[in-house]
Design a protein around this ligand. Structure first.
Ligand SMILES: [Fe+2]
Ligand SMILES: [Fe+2]
Length: 358
């Protein structure tokens, strides 16, 4: 049954269709790139590996995986109002992130079709996977009487333009972190079946293998064009992308700790595990990784979290806008300062290990 009190928590575009969450620095982004430059890339140095990955994509191991079976045939009214709200937000964020991948890969597949057929086919097959993932999540939202209008998102979201190498750094990391996020939740719920509050988590084991393969594709493409990994600029940019991805996830998830608690997870411990593993994985291709073991790393992120809490409280007050801004300023400055200090923590060089088994 539709519960109007619960539904009223979200603004609707039209009945049952949620207005997408406002885009902020912490929400999933939509990307576009320089398609001409991507088409001209010479990938011959690692073509064999890319061909092998294409064969994996063609095999389509998850062809029959994303089917809503009888597990979904029940109501979820047992979830309390807060869990339900956090759940819808989780589904929305995940759906938006998956859909963002779909749009980018689909467009790349289309634009590279005649110029770089091997890459074009890989992108098309990855967009097939992301469409399934986004569709499955959107259908899950409808179990809570909400869904996203993906056509509306396509037209109304802002697109961030990145040169190809930045697309590779960013999508590689988002695929690999996606893998670690899904598999960590899956493994935890395997140990604690009493916390499986909704069947979508049962699909994460095979699902995350899609993300792992997508990440491997970007790993292979970067190795095909080693100049985007080998110089001092690459080292600075890899640090930047690692920090952005880790900090965004940590700040987002700790804010939503109640959601993870509903699954029996501690948001901080969960994120630390995901960050450690993704950082290690990134060392297989990036020339540097972050020192996430130094206490300074999480201490500074915690300062940003408390700054964001203060910023949230100020935003909710009834004061005049200029006064609010003045009160917010020190917290913004502290965030910038702490993120800059995080960026300058000595990284760990791993390129000297290239060619060895890690
Ligand atoms: Fe995906
Ligand atoms: Fe993916």
């Amino acid at each position: 049954m539709v519960n109007t009190v619960e539904k009223a928590q979200f603004e609707e575009l039209r009945p049952g269709v949620k207005i997408p969450a406002k885009q902020t620095i912490l929400t999933p982004r939509f990307y576009t790139t320089d398609f001409e430059a991507m088409a001209k890339m010479d990938i011959s140095a690692n073509e064999d590996e890319l061909k092998a990955i294409l064969e994996e994509f063609r095999a389509d191991y998850n062809r029959h995986h994303f089917v809503r079976d009888e597990q979904f045939n029940q109501t979820w009214d047992n979830l309390d109002e807060d869990t339900r709200r956090l759940f819808i937000e989780f589904l929305e964020r995940s759906c938006t992130a998956e859909f963002s991948g779909f749009l980018l890969y689909k467009e790349l597949g289309r634009r590279l079709k005649n110029k770089s057929p091997l890459l074009a086919e890989c992108f098309n097959l990855m967009s097939r996977d992301e469409a399934r993932h986004a569709g499955f999540l959107n259908k899950a939202m409808s179990d809570f009487d909400m869904c996203l209008d993906l056509g509306f998102l396509t037209k109304n979201n802002k697109y961030t333009h990145f040169a190809p190498k930045f697309i590779f750094y960013a999508t590689y990391l988002s695929e690999k972190i996606g893998y670690w996020r899904y598999i960590t939740i899956y493994r935890h719920l395997e140990q604690h079946p009493e916390n499986r509050i909704y069947p979508i988590f049962n699909f994460f084991e095979n699902w995350c293998q899609d993300e792992n393969r997508h990440g491997d594709f970007f790993d292979a493409i970067m190795k095909a064009t080693p100049d985007i990994l080998n110089d001092w600029k690459a080292r600075l940019w890899c640090r930047f992308f690692l920090l952005s991805v880790f900090a965004t996830m940590y700040l987002n998830d700790v804010q939503r700790a109640d959601f993870y608690a509903a699954l029996g997870l501690n948001a901080r411990e969960y994120d630390k595990h995901v960050i450690t593993e993704t950082n290690k994985t990134a060392g297989r291709v990036f020339p540097v990784i972050l020192d996430v073991e130094t206490p300074e790393f999480y201490n500074r992120l915690e300062v940003c979290i408390s700054n964001n809490e203060q910023l949230g409280q100020i935003a909710q007050s009834n004061q005049a806008a200029p006064l609010k801004l003045l009160r917010k300023l020190p917290f913004y400055l502290s965030n910038v300062w702490n993120l800059a200090k995080l960026y300058f923590i000595n990284p760990i060089r791993v390129d000297n290990l290239a060619g060895t088994v890690k």
